[in-house]
Ligand binder design. Structure first.
Ligand SMILES: Cc1cc2nc3c(=O)[nH]c(=O)nc-3n(C[C@H](O)[C@H](O)[C@H](O)COP(=O)(O)O)c2cc1C
Length: 197
């Protein structure tokens, strides 16, 4: 049976979800229960073979000092940048009230081989992050998946205990919005869909 009101409400949540970066986050802390709600939604993502490969580490409050240390590791080996790197890593880690690392740990068989392909595991983690982001937006929290630079640096991944074939896929940073909620557009669906009937 089609439930129009459920479908409308889900569609509304999908359209409402926006990516809002560090400059759009208030420094105010976010209630632990709200973050747990987002993580619980993430945990309901589908995964082929029920491998549930998503792994998250939440950094908030003073816990962000250890995140700053991780970000610093991304600069290790470049001594000319040490002081500045330390300062910018600290500034960055404390620029969002909540950072959630997005890890992928593939399911393994008893003999250590992978249960599913790495592609399938990555797709499942993306589903989990979409659930998390949808829930954040529905709660009214601004956030964004960041997947470049120190957010995916191998030294940061190592610091989080994610060694190959595990992967660090970035961070979801979030907080209460400091600006108006953003709007967005999409190019027409017709450019992306071909019907064969
Ligand atoms: C896998 C993934 C990685 C992303 N990485 C970044 C990033 O590193 N930096 C960034 O500014 N936005 C990043 N984004 C956010 C996109 O820029 C954003 O989703 C896109 O502009 C559409 O905006 P919307 O999410 O508000 O609909 C990422 C989004 C996804 C799905």
């Amino acid at each position: 049976m089609v439930s129009i009101s459920n479908a409308e409400s889900l569609y509304g949540s999908i359209l409402h979800r926006r990516s809002m970066g560090l400059s759009r986050l208030k420094p105010d802390p976010v209630d632990h229960n709200l973050i747990e709600w987002m993580l619980d939604a993430a945990n309901w993502a589908p995964s082929h073979g029920d491998t549930e490969p998503w792994r998250f580490t939440v950094f908030s409050g003073e816990g962000r000092a250890s995140l700053a240390e991780l970000f610093e590791k991304a600069h290790d080996g470049d001594s000319t940048k040490d002081d500045r790197a330390r300062e910018s890593a600290h500034k960055r880690a404390f620029a969002a009230p909540v950072w959630i690392s997005i890890g992928m740990v593939p399911g393994r068989k008893a003999d250590g081989s992978l249960m599913m392909s790495v592609d399938e595991e990555l797709m499942a983690v993306a589903c989990a992050v979409q659930n998390l982001h949808l829930m954040a937006s529905a709660i009214g929290l601004a956030g964004m998946w960041h997947s470049k630079g120190s957010s995916v640096h191998p030294a940061v991944a190592r610091g989080l205990g994610l060694e190959a074939p595990d992967r660090l896929l970035g961070f979801f940073m979030c907080g209460w919005p400091s600006s108006d909620w953003l709007s967005s557009t999409r190019r027409p669906l017709a450019e992306k869909v071909r019907w064969v009937e």
